[in-house]
Design a protein around this ligand. Structure first.
Ligand code: G3H
Ligand code: 13P
Ligand code: ZN
Length: 312
């Protein structure tokens, strides 16, 4: 199977009451860990690349790594998606350069400007067989080099979604319901709670339309504990409870974005490895267990959170 768009994936996910995982990729081990888990569990997957990932690893390397994963795992649908495209030019470069899906994130712009930029990307993308994710509402945290303070974040206004989708022609919509990017999503001592009322209001106005959740790492405490035990300093790192993500997947959420949990799995594994094997210096020695940790984490998400196993 060649790279696919998300159209078919989202239709099946919406109808089946599950979500497809969108995992950020930055190097070979991450691509391999994610896709090995998906292949074993017969799960569709979205591999997403941020502006920062392109700056780090280079567009061509990332596309070729994902193409290699497609060749190695021909039985699963894999989409290659631009995460948080900041402008038309970046989206165009990814559309021209082999991506099957792009996100235009003009969510920090006023409503009319967001519509105008999104519409322009949709016109170009659709003319080239590529689908478009857009965003309404802003998440707190770091959105690809743009840091949004908690006070400046805002939930999506459900009364705006129908007009936005109709006027832009976007294929999926990311909404803000209380998630945020990074490993510090909620204040320690408070009860994390997503705004399911906002999600349901948005879905009611967009029947059958795929909703996307960003900032959906659950920050597993075993990773945080391991990092802190072996020399790290991540006090108070808290993510989205997995049962709330599972609930969102049963509703209209068809794409759940996970990046921080990959970073945590790798960092926890490598910190522990270095502490226990101080004489080792071959990167393969510690990248191999790090890749296995990514695979195990993704497998857990697929089965226990997303519900995307055996859906190809
Ligand atoms: O939304 C942010 C993603 O986690 C990507 O992060 O811009 O550091 O690659 P990045
Ligand atoms: P996390 O930081 O929660 O993993 O979110 C990732 C994300 O939304 C990428 O777009
Ligand atoms: Zn995001």
């Amino acid at each position: 199977m060649a790279l696919v768009t998300t159209t078919e994936m989202f239709k099946k996910a919406y109808d089946g009451g599950y979500a497809v995982g969108a995992f950020n990729v930055n190097n070979m081990e991450i691509v391999q860990g994610i896709t090995e888990a998906c292949a074993e569990l017969n799960s569709p997957v979205i591999l997403q690349v941020s502006k920062g990932a392109r700056a780090y690893a280079n567009h061509t390397y990332l596309v070729k790594l994902v193409e290699a994963a497609v060749i190695e795992n021909p039985h699963i649908p894999i989409a290659l998606h631009l995460d948080h495209g900041p402008d038309f030019e970046t989206c165009k470069s990814c559309i021209d350069g082999g991506f099957t899906s792009v996100m235009i994130d003009a969510s920090s712009k006023p409503f009319e400007e967001n519509i105008e930029i999104t519409k322009k990307v949709v016109e170009y993308a659709h003319a080239h067989g590529v689908v478009v994710e857009a965003e309404l509402g802003t998440l707190a945290g770091i959105e690809d080099e743009v840091k949004v303070a908690a006070g400046d974040a805002s939930y999506t206004h459900p009364e705006e979604v129908e007009e936005f989708v109709t006027r832009t022609g976007c294929d999926s919509l990311a909404i803000a319901i209380g998630t945020s990017h990074g490993a510090y999503k909620f204040k320690p001592g408070t009860k994390p709670q997503l705004r399911f009322d906002v999600l349901e209001e948005c879905s009611k106005r967009l029947p059958g339309f795929p909703i996307v959740l960003h900032g959906s790492s659950s920050v597993p405490q075993e990773f945080v504990d391991t990092i802190n035990k072996y020399g790290g300093a991540m006090p108070g790192a808290i993510g989205v409870p997995e049962d709330q993500l599972r609930h969102a997947a049963e509703l209209s959420v068809c794409k759940i974005n996970i990046d921080s949990d990959i970073r945590l799995a790798i960092t926890a594994t490598i910190r522990q490895y270095f502490a226990e094997h101080p004489a080792d210096f071959d990167p393969r020695q510690y990248l191999k267990p790090a890749r296995a940790a990514v695979k195990a984490m993704v497998a857990h998400k697929i089965v226990d959170v997303l519900g995307s196993n055996d859906k190809i």
